[in-house]
Design a binder for this molecule. Sequence first.
Ligand SMILES: NC(=O)c1ccc[n+]([C@@H]2O[C@H](COP(=O)([O-])OP(=O)(O)OC[C@H]3O[C@@H](n4cnc5c(N)ncnc54)[C@H](OP(=O)(O)O)[C@@H]3O)[C@@H](O)[C@H]2O)c1
Length: 352
Amino acid sequence: MKPIRVGILGATGTVGQRFISLLEGNPWFEITALAASDRSVGMPYHQACTWRVSADCPVHVREMIVQACEPGLDCELVFSALPAEMAGVIELQMAQAGYAVLSNASSHRLDDDVPLLIPEVNPEHTLLIAQQRQRRGWDKGFIVTNPNCSTTGLVLALKPLYDAFKIRKVMVTTLQALSGAGYPGVPSLDSLDNVVPFIKGEEEKMIIEPRKLLGGLNAPNDAVELADMRISAACNRVATRDGHLETVSVELGQKASVEEAVYALRSFRSAPYRLGCPSAAEPVIVVRDESDRPQTVLDRDSGHGMAVIVGRVRPCSVLDLKFVVLSHNTIRGAAGGAILNAELLIAQGWVK
Ligand SMILES: NC(=O)c1ccc[n+]([C@@H]2O[C@H](COP(=O)([O-])OP(=O)(O)OC[C@H]3O[C@@H](n4cnc5c(N)ncnc54)[C@H](OP(=O)(O)O)[C@@H]3O)[C@@H](O)[C@H]2O)c1
C-alpha cells in the first residue's frame, strides 16, 4: 500500500510532537505537512518547536517549514492537535475542503453526526461518516474524533464489563499527569509537592463521552443512542509527567464475581489488531495480578503506550466492583488513539 500523506495541525505542541514521533516508521502514513499558529508559521519545524519527546525529532521533519492551519496543505488526511477554541472552526474548514480530519480536540466530539471513536470499542460508529457527508454536503472530507484522554482509558476497561454484565453506575477518580495540560502547562510552583483537585471541563467530558462511546448505533442515519448509565467523575492533576491513573467503582446490571470480571477483561480481543492495524496492541487490556500495580512509572508504556493496564480488581462495598486503570495520556489518550482511528478508517475503506 502506498502511504497516506498526512499533515499535523498543532504540530509544535505536546500532542503534535507525539504524532510526529509515533508516525515515524508507521508504514501506512507519511508526514508531508506541519501546521501551527502564526507564531510558528514560516519557521523550520526545529526552530518553531521546543522538542520534548525523548527520541530525537526525525531528520526529515526538522527542516520542514511550518504552515498555517488552513486548506492548501499538501496531504489527504490531517491529524488535529489544536486547542479546542481554534479546532472547531479550523476542522470544519479542512473537512469542507476535502480532508479527512482526525481530531483530538473536544469541539466536535458530541456532534450527532461525528463519530467519537475508539477502534476496540465502537468501530461500527464510523457509519456516521455517511450521514455527516450527506447532511453537510461534503463529498470527500469528514471529521472523526477521539475521546478525552481520561475517558479513553476508562472506557477501554469498561467495555468488556459492559458487554458481559451491563453497567449501571460508574464512580471514577483520576490522578492525571502534567503533560495532559500541554506545554508548558501547569507552573512548577503549582504542581511540585501538590495535587490540584480541579481540571477545567474534564469532569463534564468524563460523564458524557463514555455514554456516547458505549452507545448503540442502529442504522447509519441514526444518532448514537447514549448508553444508559450514570457516571460521577472527580479529576485531579498530580505531579507525574505522563500517564493518567484512575480508580473506578462500578455497579453492574448483572452481578459478577471478581474472577468473572477478570476473565471478561482478559478475554477481550482487539478488533483493529485483527484487521492488521500497525498501532493496535494485543492484548489491549493488560490485567495485572500484583497488589500494587498498575503504577504510573512502571506500566504506562505497556503495549508501546497503546495498552490500558487494569489492576486491583476487587469487591466494592458501596457498588459492586472496583479497580485501578492506567493509560498513557499523550499516546493512547491522544496521538496514538487518533492514529489508530485513522488506521481503522483505512482498513474499513473510508480513507483510500
Ligand atoms: N496533552 C494531552 O495529554 C491531550 C490528550 C488528549 C487530547 N488533548 C487535546 O489535544 C489538543 C492539543 O493539546 P496539547 O496538549 O498538545 O496543547 P499544546 O501543547 O498547548 O499545543 C497546542 C498547539 O496548537 C497550536 N496553536 C495554538 N493556537 C493556535 C492557533 N490560533 N492557530 C493554529 N494553531 C494554534 C500551537 O502552535 P504554536 O506552537 O505555534 O503556538 C501548538 O502547536 C487540545 O485540544 C487538547 O485538549 C491533549
